[in-house]
Design a protein. Sequence first.
Length: 329
Amino acid sequence: MTDSAHQNRCVIGVDVGGTKVAAGFVNELGEMSRPVRVPMNPRGTAAEGFAAVASVLDKLLNEKRADNSSISIGVCAPGPLDPRTGVVLNPPNVPCWRDFPLVAELERRYGVVARLDNDANAAALAESLWGAGRGYSNVFYTCIGTGIGTGVVFDGRIFHGRTGSAAEGGHVSIDYRGPVCNCGKRGCIEALASGTAIARRAREAVAADEKAGSRLLALADGDASSIRSEMIGSAAQMNDALAQQILEDTVEFLAIWLGNIVDLLEPDVMILGGGVSEMLRPRFPQIQDRLKTWCVNAQCCKIPLVPAHYGENSGIAGGAALCFLPDET
């Protein structure tokens, strides 16, 4: 598709999450306008889930008041899903959709071209096209938040693997004796360095010794079970020894993991997004410096480790980015 055709297209990016659907217009420069958001009941019926998606699209299309045939819709959603067929398979976070043909339903209702991919893949593509990965051929992206998702873009295309299930980097194990991950494996990086894992490690440490992490416990109003990952960052800034140690351990976990990523993929750039990444942003130089301990590649420290460009709207940008991919031949 030519650049002029891109510029004349109307693209809507849709972000389906476990509790909400968000959408907005995105132009060829990755700039968003008129974002809207509605709640979603992930445990209702398939039709109710689709109605939430239709609700945000109807709001945007009513504002546009134009021929829908010129519109493209890109959707990012939790996996597992099949990006080739546009079917949502059986996502734990959106159980209302099982083998649900989301792309076919969108194209039937709106008479448009629609595309679908998982949230991390789509966000990786948006970063590659318009964000922190712009100008690089091979991009590794990770969103470190409640869980850890990853996406890989090679020469402007998402790497899907044989069946579309590739790039589940959050479930790469770095400790076979480690804690059991929600996926069933032991020692996945998600089970060690996600926001959920960081909070769990802090709660366990405070429960074992309440004198440790006194500032952290104070932030949780004295209730160790109420400790959340963002509190650990705040307590660390107040020189809470336990919080600082937890973040130091997290830096080490991520250095081990990213060292494996470099040895496997040797990307041109590694992009870190999500709430935990933002909390750790001042420690990026530490992570990068420690790569040389955990990486065979002698050039590992020359690979940029950078924060993501898109924040809370990464899903909208990611969904829209799918529409700017060249057609498969």
